[in-house]
Design a protein around this ligand. Sequence first.
Ligand code: MN
Length: 204
Amino acid sequence: MQPDDALVVYRRRRNFAKTSEPKGGASRGEVSRKPAFVVQIHDASTMHFDFRLEVEGVLKSWAVPKGPSDDPHDKRLAMPTEDHPLEYADFEGVIAEGEYGAGTVILWDEGTYRSTSEDRRGTEIPFAEALERGHAPFRLHGQKLHGGYALTRIRRGTGREAWLLVKKDDSRGARRGAPDPVRARSVRTRRTLRQVAAGEDPGQ
Ligand code: MN
């Protein structure tokens, strides 16, 4: 799918005269760079984490109510949401009251990822195809999240589809579980949700 076609639902849900979220369509640089991932914390009607992976020109997106955990025993429910434009990986701010997803967003983590999907003969499977098949392992290289994770579809159906986001058992050292969204700080500006909501400048 072309990115512009993939963003139809995203654009239909938003009034860009009223929200400061990006409309999409701009390029984020050359295609040869590694694909991006971002985790945002979104203090909407219910607090959740938005987990996004760059796939074929858009950000494939899942809402993860409890947030990604670095403990392999934690199976985090991840509900797919509409594809977002690549520029959304730079979005931090307040979505106006009355608009879709109204509430505060901070960029909690960002970085790149690499698909580790292989078929039984060890041949690499394109990440989009792995997602299509319902099991997509990958390695994250973020500021906070590192190492192997996998997204696995556990339920199908429009509006019902559900996935699990699980850490691969490959990390050394202490496991911290998922962050407390109220205390968590932006990876870019070090601000908390409360500080972003109050419009405080970075560095205050
Ligand atoms: Mn969200």
